[in-house]
Design a protein around this ligand. Sequence first.
Ligand code: GUN
Ligand code: ZN
Length: 434
Amino acid sequence: MKTKNAAAKGIIASFVNPTSSGKVEYFEKACLLWNTEGEITYFGDVPPLETLAGQSVLLRENFIVLPGLIDLHTHLPQYEFVAQGEHALLPWLEKYTYPQEARFRESRVAEEQSRNFFESCLSLGTTTVVAYLSPFFEAAAIAFEEATKAKIRAYMGPALMDRNVPPDLQTTVNQTEKDSLFLLEKYHKKKNTEFVVTPRFAITCSEELLALSGRLSQEYKTLLQTHISENVDEVHETLRLFPTASSYAGVYDRTGCLHERTLLGHGIHLSSEELRIIQERKSVLVHCPTSNSFLGSGIMPYRLFKEQGLSMGLGTDVAGGYSLSLFDEMRTMVEVSKLRSSLLKEESTVSVENALCQATLLNARAIGRDDLGSFAVGKKADFIVVDSSMANPLLNERKNNYDALSEKLQRIVYRSHPQMVNESFIAGEKVFAR
Ligand code: GUN
Ligand code: ZN
């Protein structure tokens, strides 16, 4: 074992390590060590214990360690009303979403709910989150402050809208530029936070606001997040509002919003020409399967898109998605893929292993974070410690007949328990403990 770069801390446990092939590696017992900067210095067999003398190494032998999960699409102000509503997208936005987001004008609401949101993410194993905020600049600043206190890796921006929503939720192009420059200066790449330019979707944005979004995200090299082609009525309304555009993707393309740091939520009803543009621009399509089921939006052909070479992501899309847990999202991802395959006679489906690779390593890659998402020397020690026995059918049974690591992984994805994440670490620092 190389102990030259003496690790400040370490952990011995079972490990599941995602790979870019979509398969994972299982380690019944292994050791992870990291240095004072929170970078991994060793991952492999447990070294002779005397070589670890003097180093603080955690023993978690009955637990599974996974890389911290990465949520590429969710909405902070919507967490309070998860699992509410029986509507399709557009009426659901009017009835639930806009009134709830309006409450974030009050600082107390913004503060309490931001704190609760980040604590919930960490308690569910999400160590990196890309989130839409409410439209208010002050509430956005509060969210950045709370994320910094929680120490979570957070990529966020206020949801930009200048039309087709209640007037108190609307901003202007000039105001957006001022607010964005302030948030960029104060929070972009400071500690663990990054600013994301966030035009909500084409229906609520003027051409000028989209053009500003494209420009800011290119000039400051930030992520840009928006929604695309989630629902058939939404597509029709977009084409009605932008009559000269070639397509929904064409609206974003002509305003500079499609580039390699663009995250496009949903993308269920895209034409082959739109897919071609998105692929050419190297933008990422973020799959949000629980939301797509909950709002009855459709089934995104994740597997087909992936095989075509599109860059893909995965997100919970709370509160279109009814759970903030990426374990739940992985399960739905696998299930809708099997349904789609059996309905449409498609050959390949998404496996539990594929889903875990997407929620970690591939989501990390999609936001340019090759230093996250799996265990390898030089990467950041972001990881979670999971008590898989909580997903067992027999209560309080630590040991049962299906306890190979691959079987435990199946269990924690299909039967995820809201309290099964025991600890979460970011850059080797414990940021959540049950
Ligand atoms: N499209 C525009 N805004 C939203 C939102 O808040 N949630 C979902 N699911 N789709 C959207
Ligand atoms: Zn969304």
